[in-house]
Design a protein around this ligand. Structure first.
Ligand code: T5A
Length: 266
């Protein structure tokens, strides 16, 4: 049997929202809460906290799932959630754009087909607006509680779709990333990789094309190209999984990544 992990975690005020009662500190043994002490939060504290203030409280793990259309993110997110949960890890599953009522409204604005053209800058800013809300309300509080956050798409989608697809300069996206996230980045990102036409055909079998799914094959090839570049640029953070395989084989590959991640946790 390997060493047992014990962690004492103190909260900062910035993780509290809505004046609810929240634990002030926790003792984790093997990622399960053994003991927690509660205190009453001050009403409204945390609503305006900056990302950088909360980064110090990032004690859970932040895992993101990425890929082009119909690649199987939602399907495999459920697999990852069940796999982690069965090992006693508290998992919060969420998505982008979306994850809070306001951010879901922005998602609806972004995905619906409309007659008025949506300018690339409008799209980019809406995505980061939704992200700012989602981070403050869901992601940072969950991480600070020691929960693992499993997010269907995050800022790598912005680099891939708005950067690769729409042609935005990567440096401009990085500026917004820093403004909205501070230093917060996912701990691990699974990029599901698939032939574009195969993915689109899977997505179209499931539902009517949304505003993004109406884009050209060339657009999605650029998106895929950025994902492949990201994976090659930082193998310690990204794993590229061949999502064109039968589902069982895809999930075997994902399981290998999760085993490695759990082996390496502090
Ligand atoms: N966006 C998002 C940006 O442009 N910038 C950003 O910063 C962000 C955050 C969001 C859109 O917003 C854009 C990108 C997106 O276009 P979305 O719903 O998150 O949209 O993304 P989609 O790719 O449209 O999600 P889908 O729900 O269509 O696809 P999934 O979740 O990847 O696929 P899933 O799991 O639903 O699977 C699709 C079908 O394939 C089957 C499933 O059963 C399902 O029927 N399937 C398989 N079949 C055979 N073999 C396998 N291995 C299979 N895996 C899944």
């Amino acid at each position: 049997m390997g060493p047992i992990s014990i962690r004492l975690v103190a909260s900062t005020r910035s993780v509290y929202t809505y004046g609810a009662k929240r634990p002030a500190w926790w003792v984790f043994v093997e990622n399960k809460v053994l003991f927690k002490r509660k205190r009453k939060a001050v009403k409204g504290v945390g609503m305006g906290a900056s990302v950088s203030e909360s980064v110090g409280a990032n004690i859970g793990r932040f895992i993101t799932m990425e890929g082009t259309e119909g690649v199987g993110k939602s399907t495999n997110l459920g697999f990852v959630r069940d796999w982690l949960t069965s090992r006693g890890i508290h998992v919060v599953v969420t998505r982008e754009p979306g994850g809070t009522p306001l951010a879901e409204e922005i998602r609806h604005l972004l995905l619906s087909n409309r007659d008025e053209p949506v300018f690339p800058l409008t799209e980019l800013l809406l995505i980061f607006a939704a992200r700012a809300q989602h981070l403050e309300q869901v992601v940072k509080p969950a991480l600070a509680r020691g929960h693992w956050v499993l997010c269907d798409r995050f800022t790598d989608s912005t680099f891939a779709y708005q950067g690769g697809g729409r042609g935005f300069d990567r440096a401009q996206i990085r500026q917004l990333e820093t403004l909205v996230q501070g230093t917060l980045r996912p701990d691990m990102t699974l990029i599901l990789d698939i032939d574009i036409e195969l993915g689109l055909s899977r997505a179209r079998q499931r539902s009517e094309p949304d505003r993004f799914e109406g884009e050209t094959i060339a657009f999605f090839q650029r998106v895929r190209g950025v994902y492949q570049e990201l994976a090659a640029s930082a193998p310690e953070r990204y794993t590229l999984v061949d999502a064109g395989q039968p589902l069982a084989a895809v999930q075997e590959d994902i399981e290998q990544v999760l085993v490695t991640l759990l082996d390496g946790r502090g």
